[in-house]
Design a protein around this ligand. Structure first.
Ligand code: NDP
Ligand code: A1CAB
Length: 270
């Protein structure tokens, strides 16, 4: 098998997203491998994508790029199992929140290039946001390989690694913040007397339309918000309540909590 094979280690939500995305972007299934802890999960992926499911040791033997998509808490055990088998010409791409590239480098042969990536679930529909950082021994060519993997799944940006915990707090966890807001607004619509299906459609389409304007108009969000806000109108009344309830400060402290949790995860992993 050619060494340009990518192996995804850990076929959970993010592992599946990467496998499916690489296939959608035209990478042949025979250049992909995936590993799963549970055989039934492996069978599910083979059936769904036609990608070979192998054990971790076989993946290491055959692949030139290893995408580590296990939970950060499972990474040490995985590295204990395979770290010693990974040759220094293998590119290790970690998708794990919180874990610094040094965590991997210290468990790999000297000279092994490591890249840290933070993607997000909208990559499932090719609207992801992926931030990529070079770790030890990762060259520009290695960064390009990681970019080629994630560019078809949305946008990519290169960031210095010290920014990755903040990235995780914004775009990694970010989809959950928006989903929570949508969920709460749908409930509000029901409280106001709308049928739930109607409330759902109104809120989701408003979210999609607003997101497209944010991305495509080039306007600052303040300008877009001002355009909705008529003097002494309905929006001004609603925004006053959001400010009174401290929405800005809630978002700030939420992002800080996510960043701090990423740091704790790294500390606990050692
Ligand atoms: N969910 C998200 O939105 C994002 C997650 N991430 C990061 O992606 C990584 C994966 O997260 P997510 O997909 O949500 O988690 P999941 O729990 O869904 O996936 C992790 C998978 O890894 C498998 N696994 C664990 N240990 C091994 C092993 N030794 N060999 C093979 N497979 C193994 C697990 O198997 P089993 O089913 O048996 O538990 C599970 O299927 C995490 O590090 C997370 O921080 C990054 C960005 C966004
Ligand atoms: O919640 C988490 O830890 C992961 C990382 C970013 C999104 N989900």
């Amino acid at each position: 098998m050619p060494k340009h094979t990518v192996a995804v280690l850990g076929a959970g939500k993010i592992g599946e997203l990467v496998v499916a995305g690489l296939l959608r972007s035209g990478r042949p299934a025979e250049n992909l491998l995936v590993t799963a802890r549970r055989p039934e999960r492996g069978a599910e992926l083979t059936e769904r994508y036609g990608v070979p499911v192998v054990d971790n040791a076989t993946a290491v033997e055959r692949a030139g790029v290893l995408a580590i998509a296990v939970k950060p808490q499972d990474a040490a055990a995985l590295l204990d199992e395979i770290g010693g088998r990974i040759s220094a010409d293998t590119l290790v791409v970690s998708l794990c929140a919180g874990l610094p590239t040094g965590f991997f480098a210290s468990r790999l042969a000297e000279g092994t290039p490591v890249i840290r990536v933070m993607t997000n679930t909208p990559a499932t529909v090719d609207q992801g946001m992926t931030a990529i950082s070079a770790g030890p021994h990762a060259t520009d060519d290695h960064l390009s390989i990681a970019e080629e993997m994630f560019k078809p799944l949305g946008s990519t940006v290169r960031v210095p690694e010290y920014q990755q915990d903040a990235v995780t707090a914004l775009s990694g966890s970010g989809p959950a913040y928006f989903y929570l807001m949508v969920e709460a607004l749908i409930d509000a619509g029901v409280q106001l007397g709308l049928p739930r299906t109607v409330a759902h459609e109104l809120v989701v389409q408003t979210a999609v339309g607003s997101a497209m304007m944010l991305r495509d108009s080039g306007e600052h969000p303040v300008k877009l918000r001002e355009a909705v806000t008529s003097p002494a109108g309905t929006t001004a009344a609603a925004l006053r309540e959001l400010e009174r309830h401290g929405v800005r400060s809630a978002l700030l402290t939420a992002a800080e909590a996510a960043r701090d949790r990423a740091r704790q995860i790294a500390e606990a992993a050692g």
